[in-house]
Design a protein around this ligand. Structure first.
Ligand SMILES: [Zn+2]
Ligand SMILES: [Zn+2]
Length: 267
C-alpha cells in the first residue's frame, strides 16, 4: 500500500484530462490510501486580461472545484483531501491570503513557477535560459521559494528543486543554497513535497534530488508525496521510487493533512 498521493490535478486547470472518479479509481487500483486534489489556484496575481489560458482554473471555477472534490469525496473508494496549488508571486500575499481564507482546504501547497515573470518551467519559455546565468537562476529560484515559505500561507512546498526540470544544472556547488533553504523551511514550519513529476521530464529525477532531500532530513523537515498527475494514468506514478528514496534517506513517516493540520503515517 502507498500512504498518500497529495498532488492530483483536475481538468479545470485546462492542461489536465480525465474525470475525478477516474483519478479515484486509479488510486484505488494502485493501492493508495489517501489522495489530495491540488489543482492550480486561479492566477490571482495577474489582471484578468493578462491571464495565461490553459494554465489554471478561472476564478469563477474555484467554488465549483471545491464542491466537486468535496462531493466526490463522500463516495470515493479512497480517502480524499481538498488541497490547492498556489503560485507564489511576491507583492500579492494579501490577495492570496484572502482567497485561501474563503475555503476550507485540507492543505495549501506553495509553488514557484515564475521567476520575476519568467515561466522558467514552461517549455515555451526555455530559450530564456540561454540569456541567463544558470547560477543566478538557481539563486533567485531558491530565494523566492524561501520567501514563499516565510509568508506562512503554505503547508507544503511543492517540487522544491523544480528549477532543475530541463536538467540545466548549476556550475557552482548548490549545497550552501540547499542548507539555507532547509534552515528557512524549518523556521517557517513547512512540509516538503517529494514530487515524482521530475521522473517524467528531461531531468529524470524526483524533486527534491537525493542531495537536497538529505539536507531536508538533517533539518528534520517533514515530507509528503505527490505524483503531480495531470491524467488518471499518472496517479501514483513513481511513488514506489519516492518511498524508497525517502526511506533510504532515513524517513520513517510521511505527512498527511486535514483541515490544515499535519498528521504522520508510518511507512
Ligand atoms: Zn499543472
Ligand atoms: Zn507545480
Amino acid at each position: 500500500m502507498l500512504p498518500v498521493d497529495n498532488h492530483l490535478h483536475t481538468r479545470l486547470c485546462g492542461h489536465a484530462s480525465g474525470e475525478i472518479y477516474e483519478y479515484l479509481d486509479a488510486a484505488a487500483r494502485r493501492g493508495i490510501r489517501e489522495v489530495g486534489f491540488c489543482d492550480h489556484l486561479p492566477l490571482y496575481f495577474l489582471p484578468p486580461e493578462k491571464t495565461i489560458p490553459g494554465y489554471a482554473m478561472s476564478e469563477s471555477d474555484l467554488p465549483g472545484y471545491v464542491s466537486m472534490v468535496k462531493s466526490r469525496a463522500r463516495q470515493a473508494p479512497v480517502r480524499v483531501k481538498l488541497g490547492i496549488e498556489a503560485d507564489f508571486v511576491p507583492g500579492h500575499e494579501d490577495h492570496l491570503a484572502n482567497i485561501l481564507a474563503s475555503y476550507r482546504f485540507d492543505f495549501v501547497t506553495g509553488s514557484v513557477h515564475f521567476i520575476d515573470g519568467w515561466g522558467f518551467d514552461n517549455p515555451a519559455e526555455l530559450a530564456e535560459y540561454a540569456r541567463r546565468d544558470i547560477d543566478a537562476v538557481y539563486r533567485r529560484y531558491f530565494a523566492l521559494l524561501q520567501q514563499a515559505a516565510l509568508t506562512g500561507l503554505f503547508d507544503i512546498m511543492a517540487h522544491p528543486d523544480l528549477v532543475k526540470k530541463f536538467n540545466l544544472r548549476p556550475t557552482r556547488d548548490p549545497r550552501p543554497l540547499y542548507e539555507e533553504t532547509a534552515r528557512v523551511f524549518k523556521s517557517a514550519g513547512v512540509c516538503v513535497e517529494v514530487n515524482t513529476a521530475g521522473l517524467r521530464y528531461p531531468v529524470k529525477e524526483i524533486y527534491p534530488g537525493p542531495e537536497l532531500l538529505e539536507i531536508f532530513f538533517k533539518y528534520g523537515l517533514p515530507v509528503t508525496l505527490g505524483s503531480d498527475a495531470h491524467l488518471p494514468e499518472d496517479v501514483g506514478a513513481g511513488l514506489p521510487a519516492a518511498v524508497e528514496l525517502i526511506k533510504n534517506t532515513g524517513y520513517r513517516e510521511v505527512a498527511t493533512f486535514s483541515g490544515r493540520q499535519i498528521k504522520f503515517v508510518k511507512i
